[in-house]
Design a protein around this ligand. Structure first.
Ligand code: SF4
Length: 469
């Protein structure tokens, strides 16, 4: 998905920019970039590094001195190299995007046919952030240009533009990815994750609405475009992507995870000795489950935090499996002879969960029950580049549906409906394949209730196939 951070300050901004961008590191794995604008020298400074083998801070801390200026933007990107710097009739600007553009080929062909060119290639392909910049400069103003992006792209795109006159923050027209505005004395910031604010002394000022565009200056926020009425914010943000202390639409990630576990624990009839969470995103749900069920919470698997960040970091599947195995360490003392209930955020391919369950039995678990925070993932995400489900057949559900129906696209609505015979069969096959005593997924209703927004405001496409395209 990717995450960004931008700040405009009355003082030098580089420290806030560096740490603020770093606090988005859990959202992307491929490229990191920063750009600042020095108003005195009228000069942009930019740097981009590959993050596939190391952390953002490690790559950037040696060159912080070169970033001068009171305003800057930074990105942790899952896709292309960013920021892109453009000189145009709108003025000079740097741009970062959190985007997934499905109709890249069509837009690229159209721009080329109009004698435009692309200067930045990303792994041999057109850089989608540069394409967004070219769409912007078709407008007579920044707002008109950003609306051109809203109207032309299929997928999603939120962006920050570092201009010679402050930072323009524009949220995706459906609001699928968030932008939170922070404020402190003498500075404003915009971030994908509000968890980047507290340690830098920012307070949440506002949540941009879908399609809303604002300009941030050191002493205020000016609205340039009103938000759209309709919203489709990604519900998976609260389940999987989000950092526990982050809020989107004023709903905190950890609270949502806790509530989803609490509701499940209150109604679950399985007899278990304790609830445990698969780190990190299963922990909040497990704490809620333990309270709802009235059983203790035990930390039976711990994550080796000093060196392992996130689960699907490498692009190669075998390497991802290795990372998934190496970073979680089972605690035999807490596992032996127990009837364990483990909570996890989701099941995508199933490889990681299968390996975790195998380890639990090897460590002497008597029973293993799994509870999942969301409904089964039936549809791949076409909107935000949810890295782990690029195609339908990567999903364990679709592979099983293919086995059962001979076609992975058949009867999907039935498999997606909690309680239908097809749904029950699908869940039971997954349970058997993992050797579990029981397996339950949260219902979509419980997930939506836990998030606390009306369903019509949420994108739930990967669970039920609905959504606005
Ligand atoms: S399809 Fe799923 S992951 Fe993609 S935006 Fe919608 S809810 Fe989020």
């Amino acid at each position: 998905m990717g995450g960004f951070f931008g700040t405009v300050s009355k003082a030098q901004c580089v420290t806030d920019l560096f740490y603020g961008t770093d606090y988005n590191s859990h959202l992307g794995t491929r490229r990191g970039g920063m750009a600042t604008y020095d108003a005195e020298k009228k000069q942009f400074t930019r740097s981009i590094h590959n993050l596939e083998s190391t952390y953002f801070r490690t790559k950037f801390e040696d060159e912080l001195n070169k970033f001068v200026g009171n305003s800057g933007i930074g990105i942790i990107s899952d896709t292309d190299a960013q920021p892109i710097i453009i000189n145009s009739h709108l003025g000079r600007f740097a741009i970062v995007t959190v985007a997934k553009i499905q109709n890249m080929d069509e837009l690229e062909a159209e721009l080329l046919s109009r004698n435009m060119h692309f200067a930045e290639l990303s792994s041999g392909k057109t850089n989608q952030t540069e394409l967004v910049a070219l769409l912007i400069i078709q407008g007579k103003t920044f707002v008109e240009g950003i609306e051109n992006v809203y109207n032309r792209i299929k997928g999603s795109c939120s962006m920050l533009l570092l201009t010679e006159d402050g930072i323009i923050a524009a949220r995706d027209k459906w609001g699928r990815t968030p932008i939170v505005i922070g404020r402190k004395e003498g500075a404003y910031a915009a971030s994908s994750e509000s968890s980047s604010f507290p340690n830098l002394d920012y307070e949440i000022h506002s949540y941009l609405g879908p399609g809303e565009i604002v300009r941030l200056c050191a002493d205020g926020v000016e609205q340039l475009r009103k938000p759209n009425e309709q919203m489709q914010v990604c519900s998976f943000l609260w389940v999987y992507y989000g950092f526990p202390t982050s809020c989107y639409e004023d709903r905190n990630v950890e609270e949502v995870r806790f509530l989803s576990g609490l509701k499940m624990g209150q109604t679950d009839t399985s007899e278990v000795d304790c609830a445990c969470g698969i780190p990190d995103s299963g922990v909040g749900m497990a704490l809620g489950y333990a309270e709802g069920k009235g059983v203790p919470y035990h930390r039976a698997i711990a994550k080796y935090t000093p060196t392992w960040p996130r689960s699907f970091t490498p692009s190669r599947q075998e390497l991802r499996n290795l990372v998934a195995k190496m970073k979680l360490i089972p605690n035999r003392s807490m596992l032996q002879g127990k009837r364990l209930l483990f909570c996890d955020d989701s099941i995508v391919r199933g490889t990681q969960l299968r390996d975790n369950v195998k380890v639990l039995y090897e460590c002497g678990a008597r029973e293993v029950h799994i509870r999942i925070a969301c409904p089964p993932l039936i549809y791949a995400c076409p909107f935000i580049g949810f890295t782990a489900s690029r195609s339908n057949l990567e999903l364990i559900t679709r592979r099983i549906i293919k086995e059962l129906e001979g076609d992975e696209n058949k009867n999907l609505e039935k498999y997606a409906r909690t309680g239908s015979p097809e749904y029950e069969k699908l869940v039971d096959i997954i349970r058997q394949r993992f050797g579990l005593n029981s397996l339950k997924f949260n219902t979509l209703e419980t997930l939506v209730e836990s998030i606390g927004l009306p369903k019509c405001k949420l994108c739930t496409h990967c669970f039920d196939g609905t959504g606005c395209f």
